[in-house]
Each structure stands twice: as structure tokens, then as C-alpha cells.
Design a binder for this molecule. Sequence first.
Ligand SMILES: Nc1ncnc2c1ncn2[C@@H]1O[C@H](COP(=O)(O)OP(=O)(O)OP(=O)(O)O)[C@@H](O)[C@H]1O
Ligand SMILES: N[C@@H](CCO)C(=O)O
Length: 348
Amino acid sequence: MPAANAPRKFRIRAPCSSANIGPGFDVLGMSLSLYLTLDVSVYQEDATQAFEMTYSGEGATEVPLLPEQNLITKIALYVLSANGISQLPQPLKIHVHNPIPLGRGLGSSGAAVVAGVLLGDALGNLKNSYDRLLDYCLMIERHPDNVAATLLGGFVASYLRELDPEATKGVPESETFLDDVVSKTYPQPPVGIGHYLRLNWSKEIKAVAIVPNFEVATAKARAVLPTTYSRQDVIYNFQRLAVLTTALGKSPPDADLIYNAVQDRIHQPYRKTLIPGLPEILSSITPAKFDGLLGIFLSGAGPTILALATGNFDAIAGAAQKVFKEHGIESWYKVLEVTDGGSTVEEL
Ligand SMILES: Nc1ncnc2c1ncn2[C@@H]1O[C@H](COP(=O)(O)OP(=O)(O)OP(=O)(O)O)[C@@H](O)[C@H]1O
Ligand SMILES: N[C@@H](CCO)C(=O)O
């Protein structure tokens, strides 16, 4: 039995994610085995400081640690405010450990959003369902692919419900949503914004993430995309997307089917201007040259490259790293698993 004055301690874990998976722009996402972790202690009485946040890992030198500035605590404040609670409980200590590189296409912001929503829910003892938590996430990151995969886990297809203009009256755009969070009162998000389906994933398929050492902000990578597309290009992506959703759950995986199904004409061709070496990497690393390779594409908004493969991971990653190097870019890689589960809150 914990002592009467013992702090309440809990741990939040949120996996990183890769979105799009080739043709599924803003539709497909998968959670990967690299976890943002929050260790939270809520004290009953006296502590030296009312609020203390410490941080280790990726972003340690740049992420602000004040509650009204840090993305995770701002989101927790939003969730609490929407439920009639105006501040974080105090004294409160949070240690963040983040192995997810920022701005690289591995859903660092999606993991921070989900962790923040779970933090607000846990601190307010709100006990929202995961479906309802997704509504909160989608008020902040308004494309569902990363947050749905991170929250729910696995290989996930999702779409957003068209929002009733009445229900969103006075709700700011996502960029300004969290501005001045401490002094605002937020409405509850509309119910059932996000719809999703967890798709089968064949366990023998691993994800090799090749991460170059420069950032591409998602907002910038979205700004280079056209506002309209030709019928030909839309059909090209629809055809591949429909096949891909099932092909990645089949065992043994069919390399020829998957490699062709991850081709895309909606986002990658436009993002090559932001990612030196992208066209060479995508065209030169093929199943014909690398046994075990199933498909290769930009992870989320980039610049990380994701290769799906059943083996030969070092050779595949090495080939992509070589192209980056020819463009003067250093990189690292990691072989990741698609996780079964999503984000969790564990009372300690
Ligand atoms: N752990 C974190 N704590 C606080 N802020 C974070 C954290 N992780 C990400 N962020 C914020 O999110 C920004 C990165 O988000 P962005 O959407 O540009 O890239 P990404 O999520 O890593 O990539 P993608 O959306 O393509 O998968 C960071 O610059 C930072 O402002
Ligand atoms: N679908 C999003 C994922 C990145 O957050 C994009 O490609 O812009």
C-alpha cells in the first residue's frame, strides 16, 4: 500500500508513427517501436517547486519547458479547460524522454499531441474513451494519419468527418488553437470527428527508417503541394491505395505487388525539392536489386525515408545513406517494428 501522502505516479507512452505509406496521403499511418515517454508525479502536499519539467533525448536543447509554452502541457491544459478545469494540478513533476527526432517525418508532433491529450485526461481523471481522445487530438493536428496510428496503434486507415460549421463556430484554426492556452476557455470538441479502421499487418514486415540530419517542418512540406490534382493522378493513387491496404497484411508478402502499390503521385513528386536525393533513392532501391525489399517511400512529410522489408536491412539502409552522402547529407538508420498497441497510461 502506498503511504497516505505518496505522490500519484503514472507513465504515458506514445509510439512514433509513419504516415502516408506511399499513396495514402493523409489516410494511412502506422505506429512504430520508438516511444515518447512521460513520467508524471502529482504530489499531495509540499514539494520544492509547484511545477517542474525535465526533458531528455531529441529536442532537449530546443523544447521549452514552461507549462504555458511546452506543446505537451499546453495540450493538457486545453483538455482540462474543455472539461471545466482551469489549471494543472500542483505540485506536479514531469520528466519527458523523447527518442523521436523532431521534424523528420516520424510523427514527433503527433506523439506529443497524443501524449498531451492523455496527460490532460489523466490529470483531470476524465476517463475519456480512446475514440473521444481522438476527437481532442484532431482539434490540434487536423490530419488524422499520425495521431490515429500513435493513439490506437498498428496499421491504421482514417478519415475526418466533415465538420458542421455551427459546431466549430469560434474554434480557431489548428495553428492558433493553442495560443494563449492558459487564459482561454475551450469548448468540448465535436463528437466523432475521426473515423478509423485498424488494418492487418504482416508481422514479418519491418520498417527501416533512414533519417537524414536535417529537418523539414510539416507545414513547409504541405505548402509545396498543389491545391488541385488531375483525375489521372488521383486515380493512380486510389488504385494503389486500395490494393496496399490488404497487401501489407498478407503472408508471405508479395514484393512485386507491394513495391508497385506504394508508388505515389500526390505528395512525393512535389516534396523532392525539399529533400536532396529523394528521386534517386526511390528509383534506385528496388526489390530486383535488394532481396527482401518490399517498398520504399517518404515517411510522412519527410525527410526520413522508410523502407519496408523482410530482411537485408543494412544493405537497403546503406544504399539510401550513400545517396544522401553524395548530396552532402549525413544520416542514421534504425530497424523498427510496427507495434500492435498504441499509446498507454500506466499507473505506477
Ligand atoms: N516531444 C516534444 N515536445 C515538444 N514539442 C515537440 C515534441 N515533439 C515535437 N514537437 C514539436 O513539433 C515540431 C515538429 O513537428 P512536425 O509536424 O513539423 O514534424 P514531425 O511531426 O516530426 O513529422 P511528420 O508530421 O512529418 O511525421 C517540433 O519542431 C516541435 O515544435
Ligand atoms: N499526411 C501528412 C503527414 C505528416 O504529418 C503529410 O504528409 O503532410
